[in-house]
Unconditional design. Structure first.
Length: 646
C-alpha cells in the first residue's frame, strides 16, 4: 500500500501542529521563519513540531517561540541533524499523539534516563547528554513532564488558534476596583498553610451530592394550593374530582411545589417583620377596609409582561388572605423598590376590596439603617482570630468566545503560583454551554473529558502554590446537572494527595473560611433581578446596592419569582439549600454586569466579573481577611479587596 502523501508545508499547518503542544509564536516574523526551517531542512509540520517540543523542553524555554530561539534551535539541532545524514524514522515521534500515547512516550524517556544513570556511556550513546556536576542535565519539573500541561483542552477542538485580541490585550494586572487598604508592599498569601475551608452549618443543611430533581412527593401535591390542579374544592363533581386528581399527579410538581415553598417563606419573613417592626396581626387583602390595615404577601405582576408601577399586585398569605390577590396603588408612596417574588408587609386602605392604596411599605430596603429591612444576624465565631488570609475569586468562562484554547486559565494559574493565595474560589462555567464551538458540537472529545482535563490543569498546576481550591458549578457548565440548586461536581479521579486541598461545593453555597462566612453563587442574580426590579424616587440611585440589600433582607440566594427563563428551579430543594442561614461576611455574586466591591448592611459584596469578556480578557478578585476579636461593635473581617484585570 502506498504511503500517504505528507502534508504540504504552510504557516497554518505549522501553527496548527505547534498549537497542539501549546507552543506559540512571539513576533510576526516567526511563522515565516518556521516555514523556512521546514523547507530548508526537509521537515514536515509534524516533524518540526516534535523537534521544537523536545528542544524547548530540554532548555526550559517555556512555550513562546522567538526568532532568537529558532536560531539557537537551528544551530544546535537542525544543523547537527543534517550532518548525521539520512536516518531511520522513529515512529514514536511521528503523527498525532493523544494524551495517553504522550504519557507513554514520556515514561519511556524517563526509563531511558534511569538506565543511563546506572550504565557507563559509550561513544555511540553520546547523543544523550551526560549529567555531571559541571554539566548537569536540565531538570524538568513535574508540571512540564505532565501531558496535561502540554495538552490543554484545545486539543479536543479542530480550532486551536489562540485569540488574537486576548493575546494582544493591554493593562494586564491593572486594579480596576478597590476596597479598604492593603498593608504591605504586595498581595500574597501563605499558600493555604493552616487554612481549611468548610461548609457552614450542619452537614445535612448543605447540598453535598446529586439528587433526583423535578420529582414531587404525593404529600406536597395534597398540600398544594387548592386553586391549582390537584386541589379539591367544595362543589366539585365526580368528573371534576377525577380530572383534578389526574392532572394533579401530572402537573403537581409544576404548580404546587412553588406554592408550598413560597407559602413557607411568606410565613417565616412575616413573623420576622411583625417582630422587628412591632406590627399587629395582619388583615386579609380581600376584605374592604376604610381604615388603614397592615397586610402580608408577595409582590407579583398582573400579566406576563415586565413589572411596572401600574401592574403590581400583592399575593396575600394563606393564613389571613387564603392566597388571594389585590392590585396595588403606589401613587402615595414617595419611595419604593419592588421586584416579583419580594415578600413585604404594607399598610394601606382597601375601600372596595378591589384595589389597595398603599401608604407605607415595610420592606423598602433603601436606607442604610437596618430598620427598613430584616437581615439575619452575622456569625460570631468562638475560635481565636487566625492570621491574615488571602482569598482569590474568579469566574468563568476560562476561554475566549473565538477560541477553545484555555489561555486565560493558564494565565490565572500563573497568578495563583505567583501570589500563593490561601484559598482560590473558582466559579464555573469551566466548559461554557454558550460557547460557539460547544453549541455547534465542534469538540473532538466529550464534554466530560474536556472538563476533567481542565480540572487537572488547575489542580496539578497549583500544587506548588499549595492553595486550597474551591470549585463552584454553574448552570452554564454544559456537562453538569442543569437544575437549581445545583449539586457539586463529581470527580472520582481526584488523586488522594490532592483531596485535602480540593473542595467541590454546590451553587449556592455558604462557606466558612477560618470563621469568616462566604456566601457564594454563580447564578447571575444581579442580572436577573436587575431586569425585573422597579423603583421610584429612590434615596439610593445605585441599582446594585438596592438589589444586594434585597438579597440580604429577603434571606435568599434567589428571591426572584417567577425565576428567569434560564433557571430550572427544583422548589423542594430550593427551600432547603437556597436560603441564607446567616448574613454572610462576604457575598460573592459573579455577573455579566460591571464589576464592583460594596459594603451593604455590613456585608462586603463583590462582583469579580468574568475572567473573559467575549474575545478579550476580563477580571478576577482578591481579598485580604483579618478577623478581629471586637468587643462591642462588629468589624468586617474583609480588610481589603480588589478587582484586577487578568
Amino acid at each position: 500500500m502506498a504511503e500517504p502523501e505528507p502534508e504540504p508545508v504552510s504557516a497554518e499547518a505549522v501553527l496548527r501542529e505547534l498549537g497542539l503542544f501549546e507552543l506559540r509564536c512571539q513576533g510576526e516574523d516567526v511563522p515565516a521563519r518556521l516555514v523556512e526551517l521546514c523547507l530548508t531542512h526537509g521537515l514536515g509540520p509534524v516533524a518540526l513540531a516534535n523537534e521544537l517540543l523536545a528542544f524547548v523542553t530540554s532548555k526550559d524555554l517555556g512555550t513562546q517561540l522567538s526568532a532568537d530561539g529558532l536560531d539557537a534551535f537551528e544551530h544546535e539541532v537542525l544543523a547537527k541533524r543534517s550532518s548525521w545524514g539520512p536516518q531511520k524514522r522513529d515512529n514514536r515521534y511521528g503523527g498525532f499523539h493523544d494524551i495517553h500515547s504522550l504519557q507513554k512516550l514520556l515514561d519511556e524517556e524517563e526509563e531511558d534516563e534511569l538506565l543511563d544513570a546506572y550504565t557507563t556511556p559509550s561513544k555511540s550513546s553520546q547523543k544523550r547528554s551526560n549529567s555531571t556536576p559541571e554539566n548537569p542535565r536540565p531538570k524538568r519539573t513535574l508540571s512540564s513532564r505532565s501531558p496535561y500541561a502540554l495538552f490543554s483542552p484545545n486539543s479536543f477542538s479542530p480550532s486551536i488558534t489562540p485569540s488574537q485580541k486576548y493575546t494582544s490585550r493591554s493593562s494586564r494586572g491593572e486594579v480596576v476596583a478597590s476596597f479598604g487598604s492593603v498593608q504591605g508592599p504586595s498581595w500574597s498569601g501563605r499558600g493555604g498553610h493552616g487554612c481549611t475551608p468548610k461548609l457552614f452549618g450542619p452537614p445535612e443543611e448543605s447540598l453535598t451530592k446529586s439528587y433526583k430533581f423535578m420529582f414531587q412527593k404525593a404529600l406536597d401535591v395534597r398540600e398544594g394550593d387548592a386553586t391549582t390542579w390537584g386541589g379539591v374544592r367544595e362543589g366539585d363533581t365526580h368528573l371534576d374530582l377525577l380530572v383534578n386528581l389526574f392532572l394533579g399527579g401530572f402537573l403537581g410538581c409544576v404548580s404546587c411545589a412553588p406554592s408550598v415553598v413560597l407559602s413557607w417563606r411568606i410565613e417565616e419573613l412575616g413573623d420576622a417583620l411583625k417582630s422587628h417592626h412591632h406590627l399587629e396581626d395582619f388583615a386579609s387583602v380581600l376584605l374592604p377596609a376604610q381604615e388603614p390595615v397592615t397586610v402580608l404577601g408577595q409582590i407579583g405582576c398582573d400579566s406576563n409582561g415586565k413589572l411596572n408601577a401600574k401592574s403590581v399586585v400583592l399575593e396575600g398569605d394563606r393564613e389571613h388572605s387564603l392566597g388571594g390577590q389585590v392590585p396595588l396603588d403606589l401613587s402615595e408612596l414617595k419611595e419604593y423598590s419592588l421586584f416579583p417574588g419580594q415578600i413585604v408587609a404594607l399598610e394601606g386602605t382597601n375601600s372596595t376590596g378591589k384595589r389597595m392604596v398603599v401608604s407605607k411599605l415595610y420592606e423598602v430596603t433603601l436606607l442604610v439603617s437596618h430598620k427598613q429591612g430584616v437581615p439575619l444576624p452575622f456569625h460570631t465565631p468562638t475560635e481565636p482570630a487566625p492570621e491574615q488570609k488571602m482569598v482569590l475569586v474568579a469566574c468563568g468562562p476560562y476561554t475566549t468566545s473565538d477560541s477553545i484554547a484555555y489561555d486565560p486559565l493558564t494565565d490565572l494559574v500563573e497568578v495563583i503560583n505567583h501570589d500563593r493565595p490561601d484559598v482560590c474560589i473558582l466559579f464555573g462555567p469551566f466548559l461554557d454551554a454558550k460557547h460557539e464551538q460547544v453549541e455547534n458540537f465542534q469538540l473532538l472529545g466529550s464534554f466530560t473529558e474536556v472538563f476533567k482535563l481542565c480540572l487537572k490543569i488547575i489542580i496539578e498546576g497549583t500544587r506548588s502554590a499549595g492553595s486550597q481550591l474551591v470549585f463552584v458549578p454553574s448552570l452554564r457548565d454544559v456537562h453538569h446537572d442543569y437544575v437549581y440548586p445545583q449539586p457539586p461536581f463529581l470527580y472520582p479521579e481526584l488523586p488522594k494527595d490532592d483531596k485535602p486541598r480540593v473542595h467541590f461545593v454546590s451553587d449556592p453555597c455558604t462557606l466558612d473560611i477560618d470563621g469568616v462566612v462566604f456566601g457564594l453563587t454563580s447564578t447571575d442574580l444581579l442580572f436577573h433581578m436587575g431586569a425585573e426590579e422597579i423603583s421610584s424616587s429612590s434615596g439610593i440611585s445605585d441599582r446594585f446596592t438596592r438589589i444586594l440589600k434585597h438579597i440580604l433582607t429577603q434571606r435568599s440566594y434567589y428571591p426572584l419569582y417567577p425565576p428567569s427563563e434560564e433557571l430550572n428551579v427544583d422548589y423542594e430543594s430550593f427551600y432547603s439549600y437556597a436560603s441564607l442561614p446567616v448574613t454572610p461576611d462576604i457575598l460573592v455574586t459573579p455577573s455579566e454586569l460591571r464589576y464592583f466591591i460594596k459594603d451593604v448592611l455590613g456585608c462586603v459584596c463583590i462582583n469579580p466579573g468574568r475572567l473573559t469578556k467575549g474575545q478579550v480578557g476580563g477580571t478576577y478578585g482578591r481579598l485580604y481577611l483579618q478577623r478581629e476579636d471586637a468587643k462591642g461593635e462588629r468589624k468586617s473581617p474583609c480588610v481589603a479587596a480588589q478587582v484586577v484585570k487578568i
